[in-house]
Design a protein around this ligand. Structure first.
Ligand SMILES: N[C@@H](CCC(=O)N[C@@H](CS)C(=O)NCC(=O)O)C(=O)O
Length: 205
């Protein structure tokens, strides 16, 4: 039997969350190796790109969250078989990754500098990406981004939109998505109610 070990921070979110949900949906056992931030600091330099998530498949190390999401998504039936729909799914995964790359540079900031950077982000790039994702959801038919069914793109969008609306990001208005793209909020709720997602979180509690 193939062994899977997924290493990431001990948070119910972030880049590894769609991978964890997809593993669970596939019914595949995996070692959910959750690190505290100090633990990650100690092993950071030993990871391939000084970052997580890292998936070990029978001891072979693989990185890059979107590649991992696609791989596990295929195992779980959460990735489109049709090439065009797969491309749509990938477009969404890439756009969601871009959002993370825009937010991460603000993490080290404090006080007024943080506030200014976050407000600029909210009015600028975040608004652009939220509107763009809204457009991609419409293109997909309004319920899911690709193939008319739940895919890893929906899982990643669910995790990220939940985060943007959570209040965990200081100076990012929690109603930003609600104001710009109510359909993305409905999408977040739809994915949260999916039996596979519900079953995953039930397994966590
Ligand atoms: N392109 C990579 C980015 C990985 C990444 O930046 N991960 C963050 C956590 S979500 C990290 O490990 N940051 C640690 C650091 O930059 O020191 C991926 O998608 O997996």
């Amino acid at each position: 039997m193939t062994s899977y070990k997924l290493t990431y921070f001990d948070i119910d979110g972030g880049r590894a969350e769609p991978i964890r949900i997809a593993f669970h949906a596939a019914g595949i056992d995996f070692e959910d190796n959750r690190l505290s931030f100090p633990e990650f600091g100690e092993m950071r330099k030993e990871t391939r790109f000084n970052s997580v998530p890292v998936l070990e498949i029978d001891g072979i190390v693989v990185t890059q969250s979107n590649a991992l999401s696609r791989y596990v998504g295929k195992l779980a039936g959460l990735y489109p078989e049709d090439d065009t729909q797969a491309m749509y799914c990938d477009e969404v995964l890439g756009a969601l990754e871009d959002i993370l790359h825009r937010i991460v540079p603000t993490f080290g900031l404090k006080g007024e500098e943080l506030q200014q950077a976050r407000e600029k982000l909210a009015d600028g790039w975040l608004s652009t990406y939220v509107r763009g994702l809204d457009e991609l959801l419409s293109r997909g038919g309004g319920e899911y981004f690709a193939g008319g069914a739940l895919t890893v793109a929906d899982l990643k969008a669910f995790v990220e939109i939940r985060w943007l609306r959570s209040g965990d990001l200081d100076h990012i208005p929690t109603d930003l998505v609600d104001r710009l793209a109510p359909d993305l909020v409905a999408h977040q709720e739809r994915v949260a109610a999916d039996p596979r997602v519900v079953a995953y979180y039930a397994s966590r509690s």
